[in-house]
Design a protein around this ligand. Structure first.
Ligand SMILES: [Zn+2]
Length: 314
């Protein structure tokens, strides 16, 4: 999608809820907007790339005049298979994005009047998937690195690697364990080669894992922490994450889904200076179409195991 087209979709986007509800009050209006996002208003066939595609059945089905291939506006996207009105989805995305600390499945169910909790829970997961930054540019400048542990007393804890530019963007990554190899992979993938790093001096942060990036290691006493925290941005991020998991989600997050909660938290934080909720909603709607479907089966643990996190520590 061209930048001009993207800008056009954002510029005219409603900035407040009454305007948003008025603009997307009908299924036609929602479909027209999604068609603009998905195909730049010019649908083409996925199978043969022909642009001779006719819209059938009130805009829900598209048929290729060249090869006969049929597709719907939402198939193969995060809306895949939904039988609920699109305007309800639009409203759901607005609600999830507008709340600065997110929203629980129970709240979403209540606000939208959804019949089942499972539907609200599944929608939240799909919307969260649409909050993953796709065009992730590597972290630059001075990057603080720290680890946090998420998990309740007496339970196995999950490690989260926190990477933060000073006064910039953050990445939160669920790690399979405190293994140097994993840290090395994450550093290579997420931090620019010419960036410098800061850590608490843990042995896992070394010339191999940091791949020769400049490194200030500092073990801090409590008194030093009070005077000027060497890893302040990381510590703020962990506090925020802790408040969010405990507050909005009552600490009830499964290990399997932890990364998607981390992505939602980072999405909000990294766009904290974006003017207007409308832009974030527009970005989410666009991502709903560009990401692959996420099914109930993919979301539920194979084992049926439920691991609840009661606290976050670091
Ligand atoms: Zn075709």
């Amino acid at each position: 999608m061209s930048h001009n087209h993207q800008d056009a979709l954002w510029r005219g986007f409603p900035k407040a809820l009454p305007e948003f509800e008025a603009k997307f009050s009908t299924e036609d209006a929602c479909r027209a907007y999604l068609a603009q996002c998905r195909w730049n208003g010019e649908p083409h066939c996925k199978r043969c790339a022909s642009a001779k595609v006719w819209c059938e059945r009130d805009g829900t089905l598209y048929e290729c005049a060249t090869c006969g291939h049929q597709t719907s506006l939402t198939s193969g996207t995060l809306f895949h298979g939904t039988r609920k009105p699109l305007k309800l989805w639009f409203r759901a995305i607005w609600e999830v994005v507008v709340h600065r600390t997110g929203i629980s499945a129970a709240d979403l169910q209540r606000i939208l009047g959804l019949g089942s909790y499972e539907t609200a829970w599944t929608w939240l997961h799909r919307i969260r998937r649409a909050m993953v930054c796709e065009d992730r540019e590597k972290l630059k400048g001075c990057v603080q690195i720290d680890e946090a542990f998420v998990g309740g007393k007496g339970r196995e804890k999950e490690m989260v690697l926190v990477l933060s530019e000073e006064y910039g963007r953050v990445r939160l990554i669920h790690m399979p364990g405190n293994h140097e190899a994993c840290i090395g992979d994450v550093v290579k993938k997420e931090i620019a080669a010419d960036a410098s790093t800061k850590s608490d001096g843990h042995a896992a942060y070394n010339t191999v894992t940091l791949d020769k990036r400049e490194h200030q290691a500092k073990v801090q006493s409590k008194a030093e922490l009070r005077e000027g925290d060497h890893l302040q941005q990381c510590h703020w991020s962990v506090s925020r994450l802790k408040r969010w998991l405990l507050g909005t989600h009552n600490g009830a997050v499964r290990a399997k889904h932890l990364q998607s909660y981390l992505d939602e938290d980072a999405f909000r934080y990294n766009r904290r200076n974006t003017k207007g909720v409308g832009r974030l909603v527009a970005r989410c709607l666009q991502n709903m179409l560009s990401q692959d479907p996420l099914t109930m089966r993919q979301l539920i643990d194979d084992t049926g195991e439920c691991r609840l996190f009661a606290e976050v520590s670091y």
